[in-house]
Write a protein that binds this ligand. Structure first.
Ligand SMILES: [Zn+2]
Length: 264
């Protein structure tokens, strides 16, 4: 190496910095206004029944465990309706063995967020979307008389999640759109796709409880799943909502609840 000539590594570093100062500054817009705090929708003291539909044990907890803990903490009742018992999640175990294990994990998680678990009776990896199941899911949800149903966003890489989302959507349509319907996301970028939230829930105070509910699912590699997927997502949705941690939803609205376009 010649003494007065910069090493190639230094040259690269220098040019990157120069380029950086040209393209990236200013990084922060000092004039930007902070987000408005999230609006609380008043129920007028009415206690609600919330049903959260998920394909597998863990989906309601990972997708909206913070929101569900917030509901139960506010005195509302919460039911998690799992389409399957996660039977197929370990090829080295029998369906019956895995179902028993994951049912136990779901029950533990439900205790943490104060939800009641129910199982719809479909089989993991083999979920069915047909007329019979549309009827069954509609009846199951109607029997629970929910005020609000949360279900999975059907544009998802996992077929069971697609089926769960669509069973919820059809049940909502057939109920005469009697309850409010929200879609939730799981593992966005890997499973959930094309998800543009309409509403956010601040889960800063419930983040730890949600983490405990997720960690109840020991078969689901919770350390990796939480640290690399769900924690960053909670923080990213928090940035969008102007809080430390948030969960995001798509609210499907019946005709009379849709907002008009301002000025028309
Ligand atoms: Zn799932």
């Amino acid at each position: 190496m010649e003494k007065n000539k910069p090493a190639r590594r230094d040259f690269i570093k220098l040019s990157a910095l120069t380029l950086g100062s040209l393209t990236l500054a200013p990084l922060v817009n000092a004039d930007a206004k902070p987000f408005k705090p999230l609006k609380k929708v008043n129920t007028g003291g009415k206690k609600l029944h919330i049903v959260c539909l998920g394909a597998h044990p863990g989906d309601p907890e990972f997708g909206c465990g913070g929101t569900m803990a917030k509901y139960s903490g506010a005195g509302h009742s919460v039911t998690f309706l799992y389409l399957t018992r996660g039977e197929a999640s370990d090829p080295n175990k029998t369906h019956a063995g895995m179902a028993a294990l994951r049912t136990k994990e779901a029950e533990t998680a439900c205790k943490i967020v104060n939800a009641t678990p129910q199982f719809a009776g479909q089989i993991d990896g083999d979920s069915i979307l047909n007329k019979e199941w549309n009827d069954k899911a509609t009846k199951m949800l109607a029997a629970l008389t929910p005020d609000i149903v949360f279900t999975q966003w059907p544009v998802d890489a996992h077929r069971d999640h697609q089926v769960t989302g669509l069973l919820g959507l059809t049940a909502w349509v057939r109920s005469g759109r009697k309850f409010d319907l929200y879609f939730y996301e799981v593992n966005t970028g890997v499973e959930t796709m094309a998800f543009t939230p309409t509403d956010y829930v601040d889960i800063t105070a419930e983040q730890e409880k949600k983490k405990q509910a997720m960690f109840a699912h020991q078969t689901q590699d919770p350390v990796n799943t939480y640290n690399n997927y769900f924690k960053p997502l909670e923080e990213f949705r928090g940035l969008e909502a102007g809080v430390k941690a948030a969960e995001a939803f798509i609210h499907f609205k019946a005709g009379d609840k849709r907002a008009g376009i301002i000025g028309l």
